[in-house]
Every structure is written in structure tokens, then in C-alpha cells.
Design a protein around this ligand. Sequence first.
Ligand code: ATP
Length: 539
Amino acid sequence: MPNRTSRTPHLCRRAAEGFQGDRQPIMSNQEDRLKTLIGHAKEYGFVFPSSEIYDGLSATYDYGPYGAELKANIRRYWWEAMVKLNENIVGIDAAIFMHPTVWKASGHVDAFNDPLIDNKDSKKRYRADVLLEEHIGKYEQKIAKEIEKARGKFGEAFDEAQFRATNPNVKRSQDRIDAVEGRMKEALNANDLEAVRQLIIDEEIKCPISGTANWTEVRQFNLMFATELGSVSGESSTIYLRPETAQGIFVNFLNVQKSARMKIPFGIAQTGKAFRNEIVARQFVFRMREFEQMEMQFFVKPGTEMEWYNAWKEKRIAWHRALGLPTDNYRFHDHIKLAHYANAACDIEFQFPMGFKELEGIHSRTDFDLSSHEKHSGRKLTYFDPEANESYVPYVVETSIGLDRMFLAILSAAYDEEKLEGGEERVVLRIPAQLAPVKVAVLPLIKKDGLPEKARAIMDRLKLDHNCQYDEKDSIGKRYRRQDAIGTPYCITVDHETLVDNAVTIRERDSMKQERVPISEVERIVGEKVDLRGLLRKL
Ligand code: ATP
């Protein structure tokens, strides 16, 4: 999401965001593209709605056979780039349940909130800030339309900046945007929920379902899932499903530093599930209530954090770029208003089917978390710096990426409907070969004459290194299409000639080029393209 300060709680999560939230209007072709992706992901075993036989559970998804592989490959790429390539980063795997005071110290108990409002007629629940953001989005659409019209009229000579500054319709809409944004920011920053409601009423915002403005009060809604520990219920035994993985790293800072003999600067990496009771969870795996994060907290000497913040921005964008997705699909977005503890923060945004949205956050968080845990736990969380001969609470620069969002980024960039010569069409997933769920498919041309046995023998060798698939059903053309649709970089066809010359036809997914190669060459050809080291070497 553009301009989010970070996951860490605020008075209202959205208060410090500059209010761009989910505002981007969803154009119908964007919606169509997302629907197509969702359909493809289900049909080809990437993502299924959770508990589908019971009509599903909202904003919860299960990863199917190919989805689980793709997700595991992304996770591995991240882990190896972080932990294997950096001598000063180590990994941990902390529990999802943590002592309840952790969430007091982190601020989540008191302030990890979204403001919600219900429409009394439709009984539908909304995030008040998102209603306002969408309302602002309508004015933005009006402006965009005026600009489009004028661009068509004036052609080459069109000066957008001048048009924005002088056109009365555009100026009127911009004034409305500024006024609504101003009031919204003030109300949310002051936690004045009545003022938020008044703004919704003054702007005559209606429920899209009932069409009425019959709104309830605005209430703060904590996004953490609470549950009971053991068999005794009551305040003292309430624990939470972690809303982020980072706190497991902060509370283990000294354990890791001492046991792994780490010297500052050093990092701790972790991947794992996080849970947030999002009020409006939508847009497929982009916003779910249960999702997976890949986070790295980098502990540095106070005063050096900006240097590290910039270095991690560079490193993280390089990690993305190595995948070879279109470079225009990424952009940095600096947070305009920072959370009180942060001294720098930005997002890496990706062009999803719904527009540019947050994929990863990079935050310089000062010593906020460690100091707060010191206060709440009564334990010292300082580091003795032998070079400076002093003790201090380290500052932290973190990189935090959602695995599911990365999955969606790859899937959406990879999906292509291609027209072929002769009018045929194919759907192909151009997933970076190193991350593809299946690396190679072995296909005997027909099911007899010893071809299956030969194909199995090739497969038996390849499967020690790669995730392979054996397929002998249907015509070879249909089998190629099936592999294209799950993004398999190579298909190997075994024919009658193979029995004589020990050579096979290898077909490359993107170019569809076919080449005759000796069986002894297959492992090398496939390996060169699909080996994760190919990506890691670029970093
Ligand atoms: P957003 O503004 O989109 O709600 P956020 O700023 O709350 O995101 P962070 O708290 O910074 O996100 O979390 C780090 C990363 O975790 C995000 O960049 C995103 O990739 C991922 N993430 C956060 N919330 C969700 C969610 N509900 N579903 C899937 N991924 C999520």
C-alpha cells in the first residue's frame, strides 16, 4: 500500500499514511485481469479458496501443488540471498505464540487498530478510512478523465502541469481532495472518531450496497487475533496470534548475538506466518488474514542507520531486479509522514493487477523496539561494542516483505495469453525459471515401444536435482500447453529416434524453440537455466 508508515501500530494504522490506502480505483480491465489470474491459479493448482467445499472462508486461501512449490522457491531465494550470502546475517524460527507482554511493549495491544463503521441498512462493515480514500479516488478519477479529454484535444502541445493549475473543473476537484484529506488526517491523528464519522456524513458518502448514508458510530478495531492459553479463560491467559514476525527477532536479540557470537552490524532473518484480522480483506492473496512474512532486522550502531538504510534499499531492489520482471513494475515510495519512532521509511511498490501497491517495506526503526522491550521485561538489551568500548541499545533497519504478495507479483507478471501462428492461443506462465514449480517435464511421444521406459530413466536422473513431471497422456501439443500453463521452463520429448541415437528434443517454454540434444547434455542445459545460483550470482 502506498505510503504506509509500517506495520507497527499507530493510533490508527492509516493515520500516518498520507491516506492513499486502497484508494486506487479498480478499473474493470484490472478487475478482469485479477479474475483471470484467480481462475487460472485455481484451475492449475496454484491457489484454492480455503475450505471450498464449505463455500470457503473469506480472505483465506490454500496453496495447491504448484503454488506450494512456487512459494517454497521464493522463500528459498529470499533465505539464501539473506542468510547464505551475508556472513553477518543468521536465521531463526520463532514461535507464533509469544508472551502477551510482547504485544504490550510493541504497542500492538493499545494501537494496532483500524477504524470501522457499519451501514445500518445493509449491515455491511467498512473501514472508515478506506471509505474516505475511495471517495477521494472518485475525484481523482474525475481529474484523470478531464486530463485524458484535454490530451486528446491538444495532442503534442498538451501541458499537463499547466492544465492542472488552470482548468476550473480540475482545480475544483483538487480542492475537494485537499479538503477531505486535510480533515481526515487531522481526525485520525487526533483519534477523533466522531470527526471521522462527521466527515463521511458531510461528504454524503453512501454504502455501495444499500445506497444509504445510515451509518453507525466509528469504532477502533484491533487487528490482532486473540485466543486463550490452556484451559483457564480470563484476562491473564489471553494470548495473540502474532501480527508480525519481527517481535520474535527482537526478543531473541541477545540469545542470537551471544550464541552465534555476532558482532554489530549484524542481521537476524526469519520467515513465517503472521495473522491480522483485516476488516476488508480482498484482492486475492494480496491482503489476507493469515499470511507469511519474510523479515530481516539489521542491528547497527546508532548514528550509522541511514547508511545501512540506504544500503538495504539498494540490496533489496537488486534482489527483485535479478528476477528479470519488467523494471517498470517496481517503484520506491518514501513515506511522507513517519511513525514517531522511525527516522526513515519507504516501500517497494509493485504494479499488481490492481495498480501500484506495497510489496515490501524498508524501515529505519531507531531503538524503539529493543528499548521498549527493555522497559517492559526489565532485562538489559544492550550490546557491548568492543571497538568503541561502550554499551548501547542498537538501532534497527528492517526489510519486510510479504511472501504471498511476492507470489502474486510473480504470478501476475508471468501470466501471458499469447497468439501463435495459425491463430492458436496459449496461456503461458513466464515464471523466472529458477522459481518455476516444475523445472522439467519428460514426455514420451507415445505410450509404447519402449518410449515410456526410456523417458522414466531420464526422469529418474533429473529428479535427483529438480522437481520433474512425467506425462504420457494426450497429444504432445496438449502436453506442452499444460506445462506452459504451470510455467515449466523445459519439456523433453522422447521419440523412436531416441532409442537409436540417445538424443531427445528439448523445448524451451518462452521461445518454444525445439532442439535435438544428446541425453548426456540434458542435465547441463536444464541445470544452467534453473539453478538458483544463477539468481544469487547476480546479487
Ligand atoms: P498494508 O499497508 O498493505 O496493509 P502494511 O504496511 O500493514 O501493509 P507491514 O506491516 O509493513 O505492511 O508488513 C510487511 C509486509 O507484509 C507488507 O509489505 C506486505 O507485503 C505484507 N503484508 C502485510 N499485511 C498483509 C496482509 N494482510 N496480507 C498479505 N500480506 C501482507
